[in-house]
Design a protein around this ligand. Structure first.
Ligand SMILES: *Cc1c(COP(=O)(O)O)cnc(C)c1O
Length: 371
């Protein structure tokens, strides 16, 4: 059996969630044995949903959250199941694993969709999106990933949002790896709904995810969800009536999410978190540059949350991963064909100054110095 990290070994997770927890969030897990059908849990959940809508200022007025059990994928699938239309078409913009996953979800739910395919390393093709929207009047919705974690690219949602706004197309956004850090301009983007998770930029633990949707979508006719568990209108009816949920929620994960949301707000919110991630990205990029390691994309194309780097020649990912793990750092592999070409480093979680210093030393130590 693989040796497990011991209790006093501080492991720094540089994978795109789950993240290294703060003491405060970890301690919240121990708040007690609660029943999910008692009023104290209902009150906690109502507060979580309220606080989720306050994380990004542009959502406060017109958007409501529901929380469900499951990883980020379950929230994305629930969003598409509940809000992608049954008869009109959803245009999927796919430039990575997560965009392509949304296409698979729509197909699995039998919802009409068209895809604008891209290479995983490509920026969103605005001209191709505009052509689709112009030529196909059946397209009423557009599904896109905010931060495509496959490469670290922050998609130009502002530009796509302008196209949506101009044509009254409703945007459905996978914000799983951006919510809580990257800027979200809901109104300007004609955002109908977004999906997010507890355990990425919010710094909670895995097990809960959420969907924020505009009030007219909650009030509008329910689409054929094609699933009992993922029908968000059922969650909305229950959670906004009295705070209960149709199904059992992970109670301890909810304690942690609530604490993480308090901490997020106290520390200065999304803008502050983005700045913190960017500072970490700059430090790590500088250390890797010293070793001659280059980025997969241009530095200005990346999110604050995660960057991808080319594996140096003659270095395998497995070997680099093992060396860094021995130093207490977990890096992340590339997906698909990128698996042999890149490694990824995320900047989320409780990474302290001394962790960052040790990380930069470990990176240059393992990859060599080319000065
Ligand atoms: C992490 C992630 C998801 C969800 O993945 P899970 O494994 O279900 O947590 C979805 N979309 C993006 C962009 C992600 O980074």
């Amino acid at each position: 059996m693989q040796q497990r990290p011991t209790e006093n070994q501080r492991l720094i997770l540089l994978n795109p969630g789950p993240v290294t927890l703060t003491e405060r969030v970890r301690n919240a897990l121990m708040a007690g044995d609660w029943c999910h059908r008692e009023p104290e849990f209902a009150a906690l959940l109502r507060d979580i949903n309220l606080r989720l809508a306050r994380v990004h200022g542009s959502l406060v007025q017109d958007y409501c959250a529901v929380t469900l059990a499951g990883s980020g994928t379950s929230a994305v699938e629930a969003m598409l199941a509940s809000f992608a239309p049954d008869r009109q078409t959803t245009l999927v913009v796919a430039n990575g694993v997560y965009g392509e996953r949304m296409q698979r979800m729509l197909e699995a739910h039998g919802k009409p969709c068209r895809v604008v395919p891209h290479a995983w390393t490509a920026a969103v093709d605005l001209a191709a999106i505009e052509t689709c929207l112009e030529r196909d009047p059946s397209i009423t919705h557009l599904a896109i990933v905010h931060h495509e974690t496959t490469t670290g690219r922050l998609n130009d949602i502002a530009a796509v949002g302008r196209l949506c706004q101009a044509r009254g197309v409703t945007m459905l956004l996978d914000a799983v790896s951006s919510f809580g850090a990257e800027q979200i301009d809901a109104r300007v983007w004609n955002l109908g709904a977004l999906a997010g998770t507890a355990n990425k930029c919010l710094h909670g633990v895995p097990g809960l995810s959420f969907v924020l949707a505009r009030n007219d979508l909650w009030a509008g006719p329910a689409m054929r969800a094609g699933s009992v568990y993922l029908d968000l209108h059922a969650y909305y009816a229950a959670q906004h009536r009295d705070g209960y949920s149709p199904f059992t929620l992970p109670v301890q994960t909810a304690f942690a999410l609530h604490e993480a949301l308090l901490e997020h707000a106290e520390q200065g919110g999304a803008e502050q978190r983005r700045g913190q991630y960017l500072a970490r990205a700059g430090r790590i990029h500088a250390a890797l540059s010293v070793s001659g390691v280059t980025t997969l994309l241009r530095p200005d194309e990346y999110s604050s949350v995660l960057w991808s780097y080319r594996l140096p020649e003659h270095r395998s990912y497995a070997e680099l991963h093992a060396a860094l793990k021995a130093d207490g750092f977990i890096i992340y592999a590339g997906q698909g064909d990128l698996g042999r070409q890149i490694f990824r480093i995320a900047h989320m979680g409780d990474i302290r100054e001394d962790d960052l210093l040790r990380l930069c030393t470990a990176l240059t130590g393992n990859l060599g110095t080319r000065l």
